[in-house]
Design a protein around this ligand. Structure first.
Ligand SMILES: Nc1ncnc2c1ncn2[C@@H]1O[C@H](COP(=O)(O)OP(=O)(O)OP(=O)(O)O)[C@@H](O)[C@H]1O
Length: 514
């Protein structure tokens, strides 16, 4: 019998993880030390128990020995990682009497950050904490006024915004941010400080560590480091060259809220369904005595109730098979993933040119303006749109209730991508299906890829040939219309482009005239 080789992590602490599978869901009234106000808030959210990963993290973070180690949490998509970190942070901060920024949660995209903020916002106010969002959804001025409290003025006295001596305070205890907007506030928002930060959460860690995003991580680590620590000399030199006088390192034991006590260590929690094991990437986080919490022995895991299927067809007939499959799935919410923003756009156009399929289909991709994307997402959440054709902008973390099916129109290049795409369904213990359209030559590669998640056999799914035949005429006509639409779109862009360049050429003359 063939013995399968499992990759052993290089980092020793990764070899002895806490197995989340050893924990069971726990009814809210049995969760030890849970603040009754939070129990009520969770109940209002419709939650009657904590999921296993939430129980496991709770045990490590509340009670004796709490937060002694930084936590690396690697559990499947949809297993409830957001509440796993939000709940202990909120409970821990609930006893603070002075408002300052004590918890920072960083996520790679705006939609994801907004989703996580909603989870905090559902529980934090119950214990008197406020949550802020820094994602660039509103203007920077609006965001600043949400995050920073101006001093109360006595009648007749004018506040000078340039006066650095006046005491500005944080309006929020917890901030959920994307790296770009976070850096904007660090660089230029007066009164914005990380010197009181106690908790740093890096959600979707592997994605955030893949890109530098204006060096947000070394910057945050430097700003949250106490004077007595000099564990991070590289960040130190990076920072002094980049920010010069802006540097405000947190002081020890003296500032608001910590009087007379040693400054608490900044606790880090990093999470992903596909957590990296790469030592050089993890080193960037400067983790303190890290503890890995993972599910089972496998590195990659798919949700328990996910069923994976392959659908084999000729490459040029994929749209036809996709439509036949969508028709079979009826009104069930479904996300169709493609490999690029361009193919997302074209596929969505083509599907909408098929004639009346009785399904509302919309595009969601990084090519679109954020406001358009958010609007589409809202309609999808509300069930006004049944099918979302998406580029990998939707792959990670997004949580939409009722998504029963995911379709890989293009085979994902990596198992990690498969896991995150498939993980938009079968969430929170629900059932879901992931279909992958393949050419027969791709089957071997697909099988090998899924073996990495211990998925040995992926059954075939076939759509009736009668459905394919009945759609052929509509397909040919849609292809013809697509060609026309693409051409007219390209000519519109050309016209707009030349108008725009004419306009920019005439601008200086106009200004001189003016
Ligand atoms: N204790 C609970 N009881 C019921 N539902 C829950 C509970 N905790 C979380 N959920 C629900 O489970 C779903 C998945 O949660 P969450 O988005 O936190 O998963 P995740 O592990 O972060 O997934 P991903 O890796 O895809 O980001 C959400 O819809 C959330 O509301």
């Amino acid at each position: 019998m063939e013995v399968k080789k499992r990759s052993t992590p290089i980092l020793p602490w990764m070899r002895s993880p806490v197995d989340v599978n050893q924990f069971e869901a726990c009814a809210l009234n049995l969760v030890p030390c849970l603040d009754p106000r939070l129990e009520v808030a969770l109940d209002k959210m419709g939650f009657s128990s904590l999921f296993p990963v939430q129980v496991a993290v709770w045990q490590e973070t509340i009670g004796p020995g709490a937060f002694e180690r930084d936590l690396c949490i690697n559990s499947p998509t949809g297993s409830g990682k957001t509440l796993a970190y939000a709940l202990p942070i909120v409970q821990k901060l609930s006893t603070r009497s002075v408002k300052c920024l004590r918890a920072l949660v960083v996520l790679p995209t705006r939609d994801l950050a907004m989703q996580v903020k909603e989870v905090f916002a559902a529980i934090a106010p119950a214990v008197g904490l406020s949550v802020g969002l820094a994602v660039g959804q509103s203007s920077i001025a609006d965001e600043i006024s949400e995050l920073i409290k101006r001093p109360k003025l006595e009648a007749g006295i004018c506040y000078d915004p340039e006066d650095v001596t006046c005491e500005l305070q944080s309006s929020v205890d917890i901030l959920v941010a994307t790296p770009g907007r976070l850096m904007d506030h660090i660089n230029s928002t007066k009164g914005f400080t990380l010197e009181h930060l106690c908790y740093l959460v890096v959600d979707e860690t592997d994605r955030l560590l893949r890109e530098a995003y204006q060096s947000w991580l070394p910057t945050v680590l430097q700003f949250t480091q106490s004077n007595e620590e000099s564990l991070f000399p590289l960040a130190n030199s990076f920072l002094s060259s980049t920010f010069g006088s802006l540097k405000t390192i947190r002081r020890c034991g003296v500032e608001r809220g910590f009087k007379g006590k040693p400054h608490p260590r900044l606790v880090k929690m990093v999470l992903s369904a596909t957590l990296t094991q790469d030592p050089s990437k993890l080193a960037q986080l400067n983790l303190h005595h890290p503890l890995l919490m993972t599910t089972g022995k496998r590195r990659y895991q798919l949700p328990e109730k996910l069923e994976s299927y392959k659908l084999i067809c000729e490459s040029n007939l994929r749209p036809l098979y996709l439509v036949a499959l969508l028709q079979e799935l009826g009104e069930e919410k479904c996300i169709v993933f493609t490999s690029s923003t361009e193919s997302t756009h074209r596929l969505c156009m083509l599907l909408n040119l098929f004639g009346d399929l009785g399904i509302k289909i919309k595009e969601y991709s990084g090519l679109q303006h954020q406001s358009r994307r958010s609007k589409t997402l809202k309609s999808f959440r509300e069930g006004k749109v049944q099918v979302l054709v998406s580029s990998d902008a939707m792959t990670r973390g997004m949580d939409v209730q009722g998504v029963r099916n995911v379709i890989n129109y293009d085979i994902p290049a990596f198992i990690k991508t498969y896991i995150h795409r498939a993980g938009r369904t079968a969430r929170a213990g629900q059932a879901g299906r992931c279909f992958t359209l393949l050419h027969k030559y791709e089957v071997k590669r697909f099988k090998k890829m899924l073996q990495k998640a211990d998925n040995e056999s992926v059954p075939h799914y076939s759509v009736p040939s009668s459905s394919i035949e009945s759609l052929r005429a509509a397909y040919n006509s849609a292809l013809g219309k697509l060609k026309e639409t693409v051409e007219s779109e390209a000519s519109r862009k050309r016209k707009f482009g030349s108008k725009f360049s004419k306009l920019s050429r005439t601008k200086p003359t106009d200004r001189r005239k003016g």
